[in-house]
Design a protein around this ligand. Structure first.
Ligand code: N2P
Length: 359
């Protein structure tokens, strides 16, 4: 297994190698064929620190294949790369709203359920809220809750609210996501609006708030914030739940809360691009990840929740009782999943571009 990006310092993790470009993957396939090696290569394009490395190695052993992991840091970056012509990936993990956009553009393969016996374990309660309820072209992988993480010994008077990004005393020591829907979503939530609003007036209010918050931020970031918080460079960060529970293994001073105004919940799905070369192997990997014991082991390591109902009884109490993983019902009721809002996406892009350009 190889992963570009992510934390290469963790024991047992393979050395991070940049192996992402379609060209390199194609070259690797040709090279191994030329050498008479027949081990197929499964090329996975996913978020960083998003699978337990031991499980990847187990799958490689069981299937006699190699898994190459390349990482993206936002749905939009992944989509832009594919639209710009990157090919050679066999499996992707975009969030559901991006899955629905990609499906509508014919970019995804219909799944063959005969190759996916383990999808019977997928949580039916989750499927009820899902966009692709019949798992026609996507199988849910992990549910992520967005929140705020901080260093308990360094940040005083914490209130469990998105208002924390307005704290001028933390100026230069906070980060927010470099992710259009997440960051605009945080401001919309504080204002009491839906993260999927298509109202230009509501978005204008969110933009004004974000312009204020931006003055307090060190940067917009989706990956370095983890190490930055662990090391004390940043004191408070916009964060994905599992990332933070991974960081807490290294620094117990790290705390996480889901703001009382509600948050963004996303589900990242396993999908096979239309031009995948190793479709059967990609199906096998999806099926492997939904073996309940594998799903529980994966969740126990990355701290995101795989919505696999038969894995829940196998989870440790640390996971089952963690309100960052299983949200408090009151906060959950105020939270939303990002939806594909069609044409209105253009409104978000305008706000986002202005925010990124503002000083
Ligand atoms: C993991 C990123 C979580 C994905 N590093 C957010 N949907």
């Amino acid at each position: 297994m190889r992963e570009r990006g992510g934390d290469a310092r963790r024991p047992g993790r393979a050395i991070a190698v940049r192996a992402g470009s379609a060209l390199l993957i194609a070259a690797a396939v040709l090279f191994s064929a030329a050498c008479g090696k027949t081990r197929p290569v499964l090329s996975v394009y996913t978020w960083s620190d998003y699978i337990k490395p031991d499980l990847v190695r187990r799958f490689e052993r069981e299937r006699g294949c190699r898994v190459v992991l390349d990482t993206f840091e936002s749905n939009e970056a992944m989509y832009a790369k594919l639209r710009a012509g990157a090919s050679g990936y066999d499996l992707l993990t975009p969030s559901s709203y991006m899955v629905s956009l990609m499906h509508s553009q014919g970019l995804l393969r219909r799944l063959d359920h005969a190759l996916l016996p383990n999808v019977v374990h997928v949580d039916p309660d989750y499927l009820e809220m899902a966009i692709d309820k019949s798992m026609d072209h996507s199988v849910p992988y992990m549910i992520t809750n967005t929140g705020i993480a901080y260093l308990e010994s360094r940040v005083k008077d914490v209130v469990p609210s998105w208002r924390m990004f307005g704290r001028a005393d933390l100026r230069g020591r906070m980060t927010m996501f470099n992710d259009m829907r997440e960051t605009i979503g945080a401001a919309l939530k504080l204002l009491g609006y839906s993260i999927n609003t298509t109202s230009a007036a509501e978005l204008a209010e969110a933009e004004a708030l974000l312009l204020e918050w931006k003055k307090n931020l060190a940067k917009f970031d989706n990956e370095q914030y983890k190490i930055g918080l662990a090391s004390g460079e940043f004191l408070l960060v916009h964060a994905w739940s599992g990332d933070i529970f991974q960081v807490r293994r290294e620094n117990p001073d790290v705390r996480f809360f889901v703001p009382e105004e509600g948050t963004v919940i996303s589900c990242d799905d396993l999908v096979i691009p239309a031009d995948a070369r190793e479709s059967a192997l990609a199906h096998a990997f999806i099926d492997f990840l939904h073996d309940p014991a594998v799903a529980a082991e994966n969740t126990g390591f990355i701290y995101y929740l795989c919505p696999n109902k038969d894995s829940y009884p196998l989870l440790s109490a640390e996971i089952r009782d963690n309100p960052g993983i299983f949200l408090d019902p009151t906060i959950r009721a105020k939270s939303e999943m990002i939806a594909d809002i069609g044409e209105a996406n253009a409104l978000y892009i305008v706000v986002w571009d202005r925010l990124k350009a503002a000083r």
